[in-house]
Design a protein around this ligand. Structure first.
Ligand code: ATP
Length: 463
């Protein structure tokens, strides 16, 4: 298992809080396990990733359309999809310290064995024969493995009766299948075409989540691409390529991710091929995204359970069939985490008095940087503030900007480096005479004088 410097995770979590990327959920009440809140800078980063994804996978193509479906769906959806019966994790309890653990995590963190597809009996046996130890107390005395459904249950209406039970969706995908005919009839798309959605999903994850890697409430960006069966391999390879291009687009470094194909045991019964794109997180190499060939399982199931026809009439060869599906799926929060880890950089720089100090800089790709431009008047003097405000008003609509006149210029640069702002624009006393500003580049720290009248054009060229 590849491991990066494990301390880097602590540094990122602490920077995330200090600079307003991510805060612990419900913190003043002692928190709530596996929940996190995105702060003022984090929400910009997250929005940029979601908007970039929407542009990349929906807007820039004419074969993919969007959807924004309700989080709460009829419970029959989850019966048809198999989630009510089968969306389970195997759990074990430590008999000594009562820690509750996911059996697959206990095994996979200690042994080179994949658990997906194994029976409860096999899982219990692996834990026993390998004498695996509880990560909390070090003892090896566990209960037998048992199933635990990951869906959050709630009730609709005033009574908490069985037939009022509804679930918070554990994935966004089902809404795209359920709306297949609605989309088809309203858009007249021809196969192959896709439906994409970005939205919240909920899973009752019981193990510690490693920051925003595993949370109980998270966002997914999913694409269901409807195809003819015989095209599945071609389409699979194509979407794998698109996923790699996306990683490049948001600046995830090649050397930090890899592709792992699921073996037979791990594959869902309806899938002929599934891959995980794995990222080398500081806590281990783990799934970042997935790509699955789902056959025509989903639409067939919904046709069976809803008794509505899910067939597509192909006018090219006069045939009716239930389309097959290729599904690229992306976690928003895991994307945020991967780009933060890749962006995090510590550099030795020399200071004005000849010493060296460590500069922390988040080297985000410019297209997803949460703040694009910072406007910094050299002092709080009224005439400088006025000029700087004018510059701020000039750029803020086109580029997400921050106006900051607190503390020394050095401290303000450091703060902007830590949130990864590509350009700092300083308004100084000379600006009052020459109507120009100093623009500092985040990565090279080089400074350039730019006329205020040309700033907007200059910024458009560099972004
Ligand atoms: P894992 O094995 O890590 O639990 P999974 O295989 O169950 O993930 P999928 O059902 O394939 O995940 O979900 C699609 C994507 O949603 C994942 O690739 C991941 O990016 C994201 N995701 C899944 N579960 C979580 C979670 N609990 N918190 C944050 N993101 C998640």
């Amino acid at each position: 298992m590849a491991k990066k410097n494990e301390n880097s995770m602590d540094e990122i979590v602490s920077l995330a809080k200090r600079r307003g990327f991510v805060f612990p959920g419900s913190e003043i009440y002692g928190g709530l396990a596996n929940t996190w809140d995105y702060g003022p800078v984090g929400v910009e980063l997250k929005n940029n990733i979601k908007q970039a994804w929407w542009k990349f996978f929906v807007k820039d193509r004419d074969d993919v359309v969007g959807l924004d479906a309700a989080i709460l769906m009829n419970s029959k959806v989850w019966e048809a999809s198999g989630h009510t019966a089968g969306f389970n994790d195997a759990l074990v309890d430590c008999k000594k310290c009562r820690a509750r653990l996911r059996a697959d995590h206990l095994i996979e963190d200690n042994l080179d064995v994949k658990v997906e597809g194994k029976s409860l009996k096999e899982v219990t046996e692996i834990i026993k024969t390998n004498n695996l130890k509880c990560p909390s107390c070090g003892k090896s005395d566990f209960t037998e493995a048992r199933q635990f459904n990951l869906m959050f249950k709630t009730y609709q209406g005033v009574t908490e009766e069985g037939n009022n039970i509804i679930y918070l969706r554990p994935e966004t995908a089902q809404a795209m299948f359920v709306n297949f005919k609605n989309v088809l009839n309203s858009t007249h798309k021809k196969i192959p075409f896709g439906v994409a959605q970005i939205g919240k999903s909920f899973r009752n994850e019981i193990t510690p989540g490693n920051f925003i890697f595993r949370t109980v409430e998270f966002e997914q960006m999913e694409l269901e691409y409807f195809i003819k069966e015989e095209d599945w391999q071609k389409q699979f390879d194509y979407w794998q390529g698109e996923m790699i291009k996306w990683l490049e687009y948001i600046g995830v470094k090649k050397e930090n991710y890899s592709i792992r194909e699921h073996d037979k045991e791990e594959l869902s019964h309806y899938s002929k091929k599934t891959i995980d794109i794995e990222y080398d997180f500081p806590f281990g190499t783990k799934e970042l995204y997935g790509l699955a060939y789902r056959g025509n399982f989903d639409l067939t199931q919904h046709q069976k359970h809803s008794k509505q026809n899910m067939e597509y009439f192909d006018t090219e060869d006069n045939q009716k069939y239930i389309p097959h599906i290729i599904e690229p799926t992306f976690g928003v929060d895991r994307s945020v985490l991967a780009v933060m880890i890749d962006a995090y950089t510590e550099e030795e720089v020399s200071t004005a008095n000849g010493k060296t100090e460590t500069r922390v800089v988040m080297k985000f790709n410019k297209n997803i940087a949460p703040v694009k431009v910072a406007i910094l008047p050299l002092s709080k003097k009224e005439n400088l503030s006025k000029k700087a405000r004018e510059v701020f008003d000039l750029v803020k609509t086109e580029f997400t900007s921050q106006y900051d006149e607190s503390q020394s210029i050095g401290k303000r640069y450091r703060r902007q480096d830590e949130i990864g702002t590509p350009y700092c624009v300083t308004v100084d006393f000379e600006s009052l005479d020459d109507d120009a500003v100093t623009v500092r580049d985040r990565d090279t720290m080089e400074q350039k004088r730019v006329k205020i009248s040309e700033l907007d054009k200059w910024l458009k060229e560099v972004f």
